[in-house]
Write a protein that binds this ligand. Structure first.
Ligand code: PMP
Length: 429
């Protein structure tokens, strides 16, 4: 039997050939072995409750998704230059989840490729170049992806904002002097639209809940006020649903529904293939038609039969296991339990999000609301020591992010809450 490597040995091996620009989670990274549903198992026999990973949307290694991939992989895997029914069947199935204005799907292999293509579709259709993005937003790792991601170009290591990019400020409703009377959305929309006055805008791209901004939902009426202005200027509206789509928000299948708008282009990724590299851009007939200008669009792997079989299985499991409903029920229970905890602990600031896409701001105290980056990091690492996986994000890295597989249940919530209570209680002694 081959002896197990220690974490240090495994790290040494990794770093010999892999750049350190690929980060690892936690002070002491986990040497992972396998996973099933909302649980992950390390090489030393420990079980972790996964309250963080949203890519395994219907559960890690869900048997129906695995079987669909295995079956199709053994039969045919080719590309879109041949006819196979799975491509049309899956595109048709995806489109049943959208309003009638959407009629065309482009399949690719990552959220980055999808957001990159979305920008190309927009600039081609409008024949304009300027793009408005959200502060702290993230859309991808390609050159265009970085250009439209303030989280990258505007942060450590970034090279600043390109001349054709406009940035809309992200609301911080939690820190308003007065509680939001329902007008903050309009106020922030106005700040954004002021920038559009002189602009020759091709597109506005936003996530309905800004994940890298620290799980910040766009305020009520925000997109409703911006979309018409963008369109009046000849631009198109893009919703990045990579993080929040496919029923995760509980009440809504897509994040844009929360804002009562319909975009022109939607970017899909992560949960779409439950871990299999599957992503897409969904758009209108008109925008797709303009793109069909003589230059072929081809993706070697995009829309291959195995990916389509996997994507179809994911959608079937979401429906069969009523996972959107589960996200709504368990998510609202999670918020209730976090709110109860907030009543006892001064370090729990804002609790936000929808369904199983939640953020908890860790603050020095709930009166001053000062970000507590160190405590958030301690909490994340101590939860990991107690076998619960969460992450931190936001401009101050003080927001605990929770976005578990949608099979997460109330007992799982109780486990997270009781460990958080114990850790934060102890931290205050
Ligand atoms: N958009 C959003 C909102 C994302 O969170 C991500 C990935 N974190 C992407 C796009 C890019 O997706 P990928 O990593 O699959 O390229």
């Amino acid at each position: 039997v081959k002896a197990l490597k220690t974490v240090e040995e495994a790290l040494g091996h990794r770093h010999r050939n892999i750049s350190k620009s690929l980060s690892l989670s936690y002070h002491e990274p986990i040497y992972m072995q396998s996973a099933a549903f909302q649980y992950m198992y390390d090489r030393y026999g420990n079980t972790y409750l996964d309250a963080y990973n949203n890519i395994p949307h219907v559960g890690h290694q869900h048997p129906e998704v695995v079987a669909a991939a295995q079956r199709q992989m053994a039969r045919l895997n080719t590309n879109t230059r041949y006819i196979y029914d799975l491509l049309g069947d899956y595109a048709e199935k995806i489109l049943t989840k959208f309003p009638a204005s959407f009629s065309k799907v482009f399949f690719v292999n990552s959220g980055s490729a999808a957001s990159d293509l979305a920008i190309r579709l927009a600039t081609n259709y409008t024949q304009k170049r300027q793009i408005m993005v959200m502060e702290h937003g993230y859309h991808g790792n390609t050159r265009i992806g970085i250009e439209i991601s303030h989280y990258k170009y505007g942060h450590k290591g970034g090279s600043g904002q390109a001349a054709h990019i406009l940035k809309a400020p992200l609301s911080d409703a939690y820190r308003l002097a007065e509680p939001d009377d329902g007008t903050i959305g309009q106020h922030y929309a106005q700040l954004a639209t002021q920038q559009l006055e002189e602009a020759d805008i091709a597109a506005f791209i936003a996530e309905p809940i800004v994940g890298c901004g620290g799980q910040v939902p766009l305020p009520k009426d925000y997109l409703k006020n911006i979309y018409p202005v963008v369109r009046a200027k000849g631009g198109v509206c893009i919703s990045d649903e990579v993080q929040v789509g496919f029923g995760r928000l509980g009440e809504y299948f897509w994040g844009y529904e929360m804002q009562e708008v319909v975009p022109d282009i939607v970017v899909l990724g992560k949960p779409m293939g439950n871990g299999h590299p599957l992503a897409a851009v969904v758009t209108t007939e008109e925008i797709a038609q303009a793109f069909d200008n003589g230059m072929e669009f081809f993706s070697s792997f995009g829309g291959n039969p195995v990916s389509c079989a996997v994507g179809m299985a994911v959608l079937k499991v979401i429906e069969k296991e009523r996972l959107q409903e589960n996200a709504a029920t368990v998510g609202s229970y999670f918020i209730d339990q976090l709110t109860a905890l907030q009543g006892q602990l001064v370090n729990i600031g804002d609790i936000r999000g929808s369904g199983l896409f939640l953020g908890v701001e860790i603050v020095k105290d709930s009166t001053g609301k000062e970000h507590d980056t160190l405590l958030a990091s301690q909490l994340k690492n101590e939860l990991k020591n107690r076998k619960i996986l969460v992450s931190t994000d936001g401009p101050y890295d003080n927001v605990i992010k929770m976005k578990p597989p949608l099979c997460f249940n109330k007992n799982n919530v109780d486990q997270v809450i009781s460990e958080m209570a114990s850790i934060l209680g102890a931290a205050q002694l």
